[in-house]
Design a protein around this ligand. Sequence first.
Ligand code: FE2
Length: 497
Amino acid sequence: MQKLQISQPQTAAQNPSYDRTDWQRGYESQPNEFDYWIDNIEGEIPAGLQGTFFRNGPGLLDVNGQPIHHPFDGDGMICAIAISEGRAHFRNRFVRTEGYIAEQKAGKILYRGFGTQKPGGWLANIFDVKVKNAANTNIIYWGDKLLALWEGGQPYRLDPRTLDTLGLDTLDGILQPGEPFAAHPRIEKGKNGAGDRLVNFSVKPGLSSTITIYELDESGKLLQRHAHAIPGFAFLHDMAITPNYCIFFQNPLSFNPLPFLLGFRSASECLKFSPNKPTQAILIPRNGTDEVKILETEPCFVFHHCNAWEEGDEVFVDSVCYESFPAVEAEGGFREVDFDSLPASELWRFKLNLQDKTVQHQVVETPSCEFPTLHPNNVGQPYRYLYMGVADAPRGNAPLQAILKFDFVTGERQIWSAAPRGFAGEPMFVLRPDAVAEDDGWLLSLMYDAANHRSTLAILDARDITKGPLARLHLKQHIPYGFHGCFTPNVLLPIGS
Ligand code: FE2
């Protein structure tokens, strides 16, 4: 494979770029809900940037003082920042899930989670296999519905203006009650007059796992639905798409159900990574045929794919890879994570040859990275620019504190860092109206500002992020580190705001 032109990383920093206590405070619960016009803005909101930024993430990292063990289990809290004519309005609301309502009423943890056990030891957990739908992973605005997503369950629908919870949603009958809908849909831009499509999946894991693919048109109507059995246990958080395939990486993870059933361990503690087994790239044809292709590649763990595209008989996939599953240890919890003992993530470019069924990959050197994003028109297509949250230091594992722009054509890397006291969230690319160039837009990232124990929406010029934010919208309070979100050009405010 042709070597990508990349800048060589500099020498690793001798000292951490962050203070551990600073980083930990970004995981303090935010139990309060706010509603205000943002009056502390540094710089200027760019003319032309108009719409609503939504982001989901765990708002509570404890229930009435009882700590949860994994941030994946924190109750989903939606932030909405509506931007119009140089002004911005902030609102946050918890998703009133069944679990949130019940636990707030009881004042204690009532549910097991991905990595959280109910207090009281194994006797309190034995044979309770119900995991709380935290509705905390992503938020999408599709077919006039605002939906909070969590990969193990149904979406929760919210009012897009008030963020009031409207309840579990079946997508107008597409989903059966309890049927999951993954938290990582991909939106394929329509070409030649065709409308956009939302492509998503669900997984039923087991000794053999079933992947179901859903394709929805712009109004939310079902265009395609097909299910496929694949061998082995599948833990699939994300997928990539091309015009012809949905692509999954089945990492060499196995699940031992016994300690979970007997209440001794949480689900995440029953996952085991096998470093000597291959990762399987699974390509499911989007036309619904059974011609599923499975190719083997090196063992690695992937939460997030950046993008994929086709070139003749070859499919390229860019992914954020770990050398093993980055598990949170049973003791201590996520705030005590030893970054040095966990694998740093890397950006890998895979080349899948569908003719000879071979996979090659190369590592694109970047700092430890997560939350990849790109211009929405290039999803499933060749692309030039990738944006990610990255660590400040060029090497080693550390919290995300910076935003990286990578140019796959020139190998140029632009970085803007908020270190030492700022911590980065997922960057979101918003294209400038009438933009022509692929990087003509803005990057929006909700960051944690430890110096002021508050969060800030940073708005960067995607053409040159090194000059720093064009605007920093300082919130009055902090928002715990979150996961994913979306941007709609609709300015969604409560009537009368
Ligand atoms: Fe994710």
